[in-house]
Design a protein around this ligand. Structure first.
Ligand SMILES: NC(=O)C[C@H](N)C(=O)O
Length: 343
């Protein structure tokens, strides 16, 4: 029997064509995307298509992705793998949210395009074919959510978009890609630790802004943002530093809601004990902030939003970040083990 893959279309550049008012916008259906892929009809895969949303990546919501995960779970007994086509602007966030919500062993492979279908060298068809090939391959079972673009396979927890137009925009700065698509076959060379899923209810998502600390900041902005937030992610300088003028505001905020300390640098961890000045990582963590470890600010925000909506207390959140941030081998995932849910 051929493997069965369900493709969910969410919009994005991969599905865009010209509008009467100028520019391109999502218009092509998932059915049209699939039928435009050379080689897909001959591939040894049964493809089912679901038109799920028709939006630019920037307009997707956490609720959309939670609903997508529900739709995926509904098909869990009849599919070997899932593909999601969407805008690349938010893939690094949506893929990680799917990874956190998805308890099944079948893979979810997210893809998109940097060049829309009207352009020479449009990359959507090749990316979609590669994604379907990977989703149908038993090698992808247990990988959770991965992103396939430019013939590379990236873990949802590591991928970052690093260029606004280039087709080679995606990279995994902490650890490199999981593998590649070579001559139409998936080659998985590395593994990634997937701690477990989060039982989050995102029907009314929490408000979790990211505050980027910058040269010469005082505490006015951070106080204004924090007052309206259910949780806060600080994109700090270097290994987790902020101007000394921000310390009191962040410490006070951390007494009433979770505040996560991540690095704005683009890769590498937040440290825990090296620097000892006011506003250093050591100072901020001692004052109640939670370390994001190796999670970048966007991923930290997604985990924090999921953890808050799962009703986690501060201890639960610390444990989740210790494990997902990759800096602790001692902690166990604070929610129900996936072995009790895997299909
Ligand atoms: N390359 C893309 O997909 C970008 C597009 N603006 C989006 O919907 O995210």
């Amino acid at each position: 029997m051929k493997p069965r893959v369900v493709v969910f279309g969410l919009g994005g550049t991969i599905a865009m064509s010209a509008t009467s008012s100028g520019g391109v916008a999502p218009k092509l259906t998932a059915e049209e995307l699939v039928s435009a892929v050379p080689g897909l009809a001959e591939a040894e895969v049964d493809v089912e298509v679901v038109q799920f949303r028709q939006l630019p990546g920037a307009s997707l919501t956490l609720g959309d992705i939670a609903a997508l995960c529900d739709a995926i779970e509904l098909r869990s007994s009849s599919a070997d793998g899932f593909v999601v086509t969407q805008g690349t602007d938010t893939i690094e966030e949506t893929a990680y949210l799917i990874d956190l919500l998805h308890p099944l062993v079948q893979p979810v492979v997210v893809t998109g395009a940097m060049r829309n279908p009207t352009m020479a060298g449009a990359d959507g068809p090749a990316n979609l074919l590669a994604a379907v090939v990977l989703a149908a391959d038993p090698v992808a079972r247990g990988l959770g959510c991965v992103v396939v673009m430019n013939d590379q396979v990236h873990a949802a927890s590591r991928i970052r978009k690093g260029h606004s137009t280039n087709t080679g925009t995606f990279a995994s700065p902490n650890g490199g890609p999981l593998g590649y698509i070579v001559e139409g076959t998936a080659r998985i060379l590395n593994s990634v630790r997937r701690p477990g899923s989060v039982p989050a209810d995102l029907t009314k998502p929490p408000r979790v802004p990211i505050y980027t600390a910058a040269l010469g900041d005082d505490d006015e902005t951070v106080r204004a943002i924090a007052g309206k937030a259910d949780g806060l992610v600080v994109a700090a300088m270097g290994v987790g530093h902020v101007p000394a003028q921000l310390v009191d505001a962040l410490a006070e905020t951390a007494t009433t809601r979770p505040v996560v300390l991540a690095s704005r640098t683009g890769s590498g961890p937040v440290l825990s004990s090296t620097y000892g000045f006011p506003g250093s990582e050591r100072d901020l963590l001692a004052r109640g902030l939670i370390s994001a470890g190796l999670l970048d600010p966007l991923k930290a925000r997604i985990l924090l939003a999921a953890a808050i909506s799962a009703g986690g207390d501060i201890r639960t959140m610390r444990r989740a970040f210790a494990v997902a941030g990759g800096l602790s081998n001692d902690e166990s995932w604070p929610w129900k083990p996936d072995s009790e849910k895997i299909n």
